[in-house]
Design a protein around this ligand. Structure first.
Ligand code: R5P
Length: 278
């Protein structure tokens, strides 16, 4: 592994704790104007100072994110499909490594769809991207996307995560599940968990806590932060668990304190939102 690649990796997984809070805001690449992300800049910029990385597409990065932002960028470079297609697995590489260098990214992210109609194509995409990334010292985050017919259990997620690592991914993003130790313990590279559909805040914090306890090095979380009634409160609370080993109760207090300080009624609703396909 080259010095440059190790340096970029250390900008994603913080050396102080060995953990990371990645903010995922790439949903529009196939969902269009996702709830909470209709105006990406307005959503992301207030959160950027609390995120270890921003995961997004080049279009949102170039058009909506200030170029003086401090947060390292993990650029989504796979796509080519939309929520209107029943088979989301038909993805290709949509952004060149040269563009990633121009955009000064710290990592590239690509989805693989194990068990879906285009699994071969997406796994081959990953292997090619790792070759390109290694050439220029850019790590690859493999996103183990789940097809609509796949069950998110430890057997399937361990299969997908291990395949991603075997193809050379430097970090694997997957979903939390029961017996998550079987996923993290059989994947030879760091694993981060996605947030998935919007949950009540305490449940999302419990999932974060359980994921870290079961071997995840952090989160790559989107909707459970930006669809919260206090996005800053939630990202601070998630950080308290990931980097500060806070209990769920203490992290929840971080969220409610921030929410109260920003004037949002603490007894507000859960903010549950349309999950659509992911
Ligand atoms: C999904 O393909 C996207 O890469 C999202 O970044 C991912 O699902 C994580 O976001 P969330 O926490 O909303 O699930």
């Amino acid at each position: 592994m080259s010095w440059g690649l190790r340096n970029r990796l250390s900008r994603i997984i913080r050396p102080e704790t060995g953990r990371t809070v990645m903010l995922a805001v790439d949903h529009g690449y196939f969902l269009g104007p996702t709830s909470g992300l209709e105006q990406p800049g307005a959503c992301v910029m207030p959160l950027a100072g609390y995120a270890d990385t921003l995961m997004l597409t080049r279009g949102v990065l170039r058009n909506c994110i200030d170029s003086h932002v401090d947060a390292p960028i993990v650029l989504r470079v796979s796509g080519g499909n939309s929520v209107l297609d029943d088979d989301l697995s038909n993805e290709t590489i949509i952004t060149s490594v040269e563009e990633c260098i121009r955009l000064n990214v710290s990592g590239m992210a690509l989805s693989i769809f194990v068990g879906s109609p285009h699994q071969h194509q997406t796994i081959a995409n990953l292997a090619k991207l790792v070759d390109a990334g290694e050439r220029y010292g850019i790590p690859v985050v493999a996103v183990t996307a789940v097809g609509k017919d796949m069950v998110r259990d430890a057997r399937y997620l361990a299969l997908a995560s291990r395949i991603a690592a075997e193809m050379g991914a430097h970090i694997v993003k997957t979903y939390f599940c029961e017996d998550f130790e079987k996923v993290s313990g059989t994947c030879p590279v760091p694993v981060v968990i996605a947030g998935g559909k919007k949950l009540p805040e305490r449940e999302a914090l419990q999932m974060t806590y359980d994921g870290i306890a079961a071997g995840a090095v952090g989160v790559d979380m989107g909707r459970n932060i930006f669809q919260s009634d206090s996005p800053i409160g939630m990202i601070k609370a998630v950080r308290a668990i990931v980097h500060g080993n806070a209990s769920v109760d203490d992290a929840y207090a971080v969220y409610t304190d921030e929410k109260a300080a920003s004037g949002v009624a603490v007894a507000g609703g859960s903010g549950l939102a349309d999950d659509r396909k992911i």
